[in-house]
Every structure is written in C-alpha cells, then in structure tokens.
Design a protein around this ligand. Structure first.
Ligand SMILES: *Cc1c(COP(=O)(O)O)cnc(C)c1O
Length: 355
C-alpha cells in the first residue's frame, strides 16, 4: 500500500467508447480505454498529474524525443479477480524497472508510490474495460518521453509521464516457431538492453521482419560478441527445461529482467524444482533437443505470458521440440500463475496489488 495520497485532477470523457469495443475479438494494443494519465516534469519536479479523456496531444516538432530517442516504457496488467475486486500484478517491480530505465537514459526518477498511485487511479476510473474472461486482462502501458523543444544531444530539461490502458486477450494464439539470430543483435555489452528503451525495439524490427519472411514467429537473440549464447526470445525472456531443471540465461546488461521470469522462477523454487540462472549456449540447446534431455522451451513475459516453442531454426536446420501440451512445467506454471493473477488461489507472495 502507498503512503501519502497523490493529488490527481480527473476530467471524465463526455462519452464512453466502451460500447464500440469488440471484447470477443480484441487485437492486442489496438483498443484503448476512455482515459489516460499524464504528468509533467519541469523545474526539477513531477507536477500536474491528470486523468484525461484518451486522445491526441500537442507537441513541438523540435521535441527532443523525436530526434534523440529519450523514451522508454513499461508493461503490466490489471485483472478482474474471482471475487470481483480489481488487482494489478506486481506493480512495484515495474516501478523499480521504470526507474532503472530512466537512470540509464538520463531521465528523472519517478518515486514508486507516484508510479503505483497513478496507475491504480487510472485503472479504477476505467475498470469497466477490464475483460472478465479467461486469458484476458487490462494491459497497462506507462511511458516517459523527453519534451524539451531543442536540438542538440543533451538530456532534456522537461519530460512527460503518460499511462494508457488497453483491454487485451492473449498476445500469442499459438505455439512458436523461432529462429536463432546469428547476424543481428538486440543489445550489446555496455548498452541498454536491460532498459525498456524504445530504441531497443526499433532495432529489432528489421531482423524480426526477415525472420517472419523465412516463416518464423519470433527470434532467439544471442550475445552480440559471438552469437554463441542465448539471451532472449523477441521481447520476452526464455526458459528451457533440461534434465528436469529449469534453466534460463542469467540477467546482464543485454537482458531485460522480466517480472514474469522472476515470478516463474520463484514458483519453481517453491516447488523445489532445481533452477539454474547461467549462460546457456545455443549448442547446448540444440544438442539437448537431439538427445532428448531438453524437454521444454518457452518465452515468458507480461504480454507473451508463457508461450511454448515447438521449433527452433538454426542455420537453415529445424529442430523440433516435444509436444508442449505434455510438458511437465509450462502448463503447470501457466495454470498456477493464472490462479494467482485471477484470484483463484491464495496469493502467498503478495503479488496482487488490490486497487
Ligand atoms: C518486457 C520484456 C520482457 C518481459 O518482461 P516482463 O516484466 O515479464 O513483462 C522480456 N524481454 C524484453 C526484451 C522485454 O521488452
């Protein structure tokens, strides 16, 4: 719970878009709730927190984010619990990562309680937009960008914090065919792969497009020095089950430290499943598939949830994994994590923040 109360000005939308949204066929990230939250940073402090009707914003064409890319985002979800209450999953972890991204991009910190109160207030105002349906939720997109109207590579003196929400269904509707990327890199040593900086995603689009043209759904990113070690799966973390152990690349400056990754590793440890966070070589994965020791591979993220991999392509060769539905861990992790998120089981770790 948060300590002091943030003063947020609320201007309600004159008409609701709720009836225009087709909840039976939600395309991820295309339907927005009625309101958005906006706050500005100027004179060294955050001010003017407002909840406004969702809509366009004025901007200067000289606004520094457009030229030098000082911007990053977060992604988290709100759920309608079985008892009707509304919960946000682990927003403190997103607040923490928000400030790590801000620090790396030379942008101001936003205190955790302001981050959480802003989001909770927005979710409360638009709670009718939270779908009450299996695998559905309200996706929350906080972001910050540089607003100073000045050319020149230097940190902006002003910033805007904004939060949007979208009712969503599953991001991936099927198991994935993925390609090991050995030419392009998402992030490099000393860079900012650990930050949810917009630039990381801009650079990932061309390699992802090329992989899609070859028939793959996603990329497995490898280290930028040698392309020998596995790092991530597109914009999700990656987990393997090898010899009955849960194995995942250890986090470093090239890897985004996912909240979902943290949550599933915590669950596995609570079940006494051996967990290894370490470097994972591509050869270990491919050999494991061939000799049957690697039984599962899946991507984990807020948008991706837990999405199984059925095929891995490497240098023109395809390696097929066992049927994911028969996996020992992914189906159970998916079920238990959902039971917590939707309030169907006791929240032993205190992961649900009740709005
Ligand atoms: C957001 C993201 C993840 C997953 O993080 P979660 O906190 O679990 O949503 C993993 N990798 C990348 C590159 C990401 O952008």
């Amino acid at each position: 719970m948060v300590s002091d109360t943030l003063d947020i000005q609320i201007s309600k939308a004159a008409t609701s878009r709720l009836s225009t949204i087709n909840f039976e066929n939600l395309v991820f990230g295309k339907s927005f709730s009625d309101h958005m939250l906006v706050a500005d940073y100027a004179d060294g402090q955050w001010q003017n927190f407002q909840i406004l009707p969702y809509g366009e914003m004025m901007m200067s064409p000289a606004m520094s984010v457009l030229h030098y890319g000082q911007t990053f985002f977060e992604g988290l979800k709100a759920y309608k619990l079985a008892d009707g209450r509304v919960s946000i999953f682990r927003p403190n972890k997103n607040a923490e990562r928000f400030n790590k991204s801000a620090e790396r991009l030379c942008m101001p910190q936003l205190p955790e309680d302001l981050f959480i109160q802003s989001i909770a207030a927005l979710v409360e105002v638009d709670q009718q937009f939270i779908p009450n349906k299996a695998n559905h939720s309200l996706y929350i997109r906080p972001f910050m960008f540089a607003t100073e109207a000045a050319l020149g590579v230097h940190p902006s003196s002003t910033y805007r914090f904004c939060v949007l929400t979208c009712p969503v269904g599953p991001f991936f509707s099927k198991n994935l065919k993925v390609k090991v990327e050995t030419e392009f890199s998402r992030a490099c040593d000393g860079g900012f792969g650990f930050a949810k900086a917009a630039g990381n995603y801009a650079g990932s689009m061309l390699p992802a497009k090329k992989a899609a043209e070859e028939g793959f759904d996603q990329l497995i990113w490898t280290d930028s020095r040698e392309h020998v070690y596995v790092e991530e799966l597109g914009a999700a973390n990656i987990v393997f089950v090898i010899d009955g152990k849960m194995v995942t690349p250890s986090t470093r400056d090239t890897i985004l430290k996912g909240v979902t990754r943290d949550s599933i590793l915590a669950l596995a440890r609570s079940w006494n499943v051996p967990v290894e966070e370490r470097r994972v070589a591509v050869t270990e994965v491919l050999e494991g598939i061939k000799n049957g020791k690697l039984t599962e591979a899946f991507g984990v993220g807020t948008a991706a949830t837990i999405t199984s991999i059925v095929e891995i392509g490497f240098n023109g060769e395809i390696f097929a994994l066992p049927n994911p539905a028969k996996g020992e861990f992914a189906p159970k992790l998916r079920r238990v994590l959902d039971d917590i998120k939707y309030g169907r089981t006791e929240d032993l770790n205190n992961w649900n923040y009740i709005v």
